[in-house]
Write a protein that binds this ligand. Structure first.
Ligand code: AMP
Ligand code: MG
Length: 404
């Protein structure tokens, strides 16, 4: 089988290109209370203009701005309007009404003066500041118009979208089904958590870290039994895993004699889009399609598994979930201390953000390589080092990627 090792950017482009061709398939209806994190399967449109009336944004007095050219000015109070009140009379020259936040501004008035800038005087009020027409008033239809698309298909619903959907009265929402993502750990040395590992065995952490990464990203993990480093047992479990929407394998994709994942997939007729990426951690990453299903062969080292899931597999999983493609949420911070590495690979190394409102800093978390889950658990982001950088001086602005 021909090897195809890509740069980070090339591999991302391949994954994004495939993601663009995937649609969420099955659709279901959920109540708004269970819709957080689900992906909208249809466009949602505003049921009326928003705001539906001219909304006062402050407590104070609804006035005609033209009456306040000379300050202070006395205006006669002709009514009081609370949020929810209907006020039928018009405000004429020299008049005003008391008004509360969220109430409809009466006809004739075109601004609201904050109560803080007024003084009451019997039936009148003394206004001590000028206002311009439109001040403290949101015109009806300013936020959106009836019929406007306010949530597009493919949007993953956050608290903000729940607020929008509730505002427009969508008690039931049409969302995509969560894709089922099979997790198949491989390795003769790997044992389940309820087994006592022998002196040279290790516990299957990848199945659990992947399961929570999948769940947190809004899909449905399906954990399969551990596959042996032997072709027929591995093949049987891979075939079983292909009944899910996406298959994630961990381990068995390096260059060792017993790294059989690619061979077995090739025997099943797989097409490989790449068989390695010039990154650390995660260089042996494999991406392909077999029997109509996408798969990733994630390197078995636990940090590689987590990082390659976040950098690549998640994008395909999200596409299967019907979500519109998202860029990786790169950000930047100032490097706290000098960092040295070797050139050739794009690195995604464990790092910690030191929050600061003016200048966040980032510091590298010393690690023992891509098997070091303990270092990774001290990290809250990845320090992204381009393949041509050998030394980054302290104080440099560097790229980071928040960890999931
Ligand atoms: P491999 O990719 O199969 O060459 O494995 C690379 C390293 O990751 C080895 O040290 C494995 O023991 C370890 N490893 C493989 N699978 C798992 C797993 N499911 N959980 C934890 N570590 C693993
Ligand atoms: Mg292995």
């Amino acid at each position: 089988m021909a090897e195809s090792v890509l740069t980070f950017e090339e591999a991302r482009a391949v994954v994004l290109q495939h993601a663009a061709g995937i649609a969420g398939v099955r659709v279901q209806h959920v109540a708004i209370t269970g819709a957080l994190g689900r992906v909208a399967a249809e466009d949602l449109r505003a049921d009326r203009d928003y705001p539906p009336f001219r909304r006062a944004t402050r407590d104070g007095y609804a006035v005609r701005a033209a009456d306040l050219h000379k300050i202070p000015a006395a205006l006669r109070i002709v009514g009081q309007i609370k949020a929810g009140d209907t006020f039928t009379r018009s405000v004429n020259a020299g008049e005003c009404t008391e008004i509360m936040t969220g109430a409809a501004v009466p006809a004739g008035a075109d601004a609201v003066v904050m109560v803080e800038y007024t003084r009451s005087d019997g039936d009148s009020v003394i206004i001590e500041r000028e206002v311009s027409s439109g001040e403290n008033v949101v015109p009806s239809g300013a936020e959106c118009r009836r019929g406007d698309v306010v949530i597009t298909r493919g949007t993953r619903l956050r608290a903000q979208e729940i607020a929008v959907a509730t505002t427009i009265g969508s008690a039931q929402l049409s969302v995509y089904d969560k894709p089922h993502v099979a997790i198949l750990s491989t390795g003769d040395e790997v044992v389940e958590i309820d087994q006592q590992p022998g002196p040279v065995q290790i516990r299957n952490s990848n199945a659990y870290s992947l399961a929570v990464q999948i769940e947190r990203a809004g899909s449905e993990p399906v954990r399969l039994p551990i596959a042996p480093d032997e072709k027929s047992g591995l093949r049987r479990l891979i075939e079983y895993g292909l009944s899910s929407d996406l298959l994630l394998l961990s381990g068995g994709v390096s260059m060792g004699k017993y790294d059989l994942v690619e061979q077995v997939l090739a025997d099943l007729g797989a097409e490989f889009f790449f068989t390695g990426v010039k990154i650390q951690p995660g260089k042996p990453l494999v991406f392909g399609k077999v029997r109509g299903k996408y798969f990733f062969g994630l390197p078995g080292n636990p940090v590689s598994t987590m990082v390659t899931f976040q950098l690549f597999a998640r994008t395909i999983m999200d596409a299967l979930a019907g979500a519109a493609p998202q860029s990786l949420p790169f950000a930047s911070a100032q490097l706290k201390s000098e960092f040295k590495t070797k050139t050739g690979l794009t690195r995604f190394l464990p790092a910690r953000l030191i929050p600061d409102i003016t200048q966040p800093q980032v510091e590298f978390v010393p690690w023992h390589g891509s098997g070091d889950v303990f270092a990774q658990s001290k990290a809250d982001c990845l320090l992204v080092v381009p393949p041509d950088r050998e030394r980054i001086p302290a104080g440099t602005m560097v790229t980071i990627l928040p960890l999931q």
